[in-house]
Design a protein around this ligand. Structure first.
Ligand code: UDP
Ligand code: MG
Length: 153
C-alpha cells in the first residue's frame, strides 16, 4: 500500500467544498490515514513549494495558501499517489478534464482545490513535513476485501 499527502487549499475551505472533496477520495476507496486542520506558515510553504522558488509567482502561491487554515490529509491505497494525482487532474483547472477534481471545481491555475504528492519520494517527504509519526494511523479496514482482490493488496 502507498500513502500520499493531499492538502485541501484555502479556496476549497472558503467555497465550502471540504465535504465534497473528501467524499470523492472516500468513494474511490482510499483509506484515510491522517487528517488535520492547520494554518500554514511561510517557512513551511517555502519548503513545500521549493521547486517553484525561482518562479515569479512563488510568493503569490505561498500567500494564497495562507489565506485561511487548510486541511491536510494522508490517503492510503494501492498506487495511491498516481490514483490521487489522476483524480486531481491537470494543474490548470481550466484544462483539467471534466470528472477530475480540478476539472469539476476549478477555473484557475492557482486556485485549484487540492495539492497532491507527485511521486513516492515527495509523498514520503510531504507526509513527514505535515504529520508527526504518531498522527498517521494504521488500522484494519473491515471492507478491504471489497476494495481489492486477495492477491492484489
Ligand atoms: N501554480 C501557479 N501557477 C503556475 C504553476 C503553479 O499558480 O504556473 C500553483 C498552483 O496552485 C499549483 C502549485 O503552484 O497547484 C504547485 O505547482 P505544481 O507545478 O507543483 O503543480 P501541481 O503539482 O499542484 O499540479
Ligand atoms: Mg506539485
Amino acid at each position: 500500500m502507498e500513502r500520499t499527502l493531499v492538502i485541501l487549499k484555502p479556496c476549497t475551505i472558503e467555497r465550502g467544498l471540504i465535504g465534497e472533496i473528501i467524499s470523492r477520495f472516500e468513494k474511490k476507496g482510499l483509506i484515510l490515514a491522517a487528517m488535520k486542520m492547520i494554518w500554514l506558515t511561510d517557512k513551511l510553504l517555502s519548503e513545500h513549494y521549493a521547486h517553484l522558488k525561482d518562479q515569479p509567482f512563488f510568493q503569490r502561491v505561498k500567500d494564497a495558501m495562507r489565506v485561511c487554515p487548510v486541511i491536510v490529509c494522508c490517503w492510503e491505497g494501492l498506487e495511491a499517489i498516481e490514483v490521487v494525482r489522476n483524480m486531481a487532474g491537470k494543474t490548470n483547472g481550466r484544462l483539467a478534464a471534466p470528472g477530475t477534481i480540478r476539472g469539476d471545481y476549478s477555473m484557475s491555475v492557482q486556485e485549484n482545490i487540492v495539492h497532491a504528492s507527485d511521486s513516492v519520494a515527495t509523498a514520503e517527504a510531504e507526509i513527514k513535513r505535515f504529520f508527526d509519526e504518531d498522527e498517521v494511523y494504521t488500522y484494519t479496514f473491515s471492507y478491504l476485501s471489497n476494495l481489492y482482490a486477495n492477491d492484489e493488496k
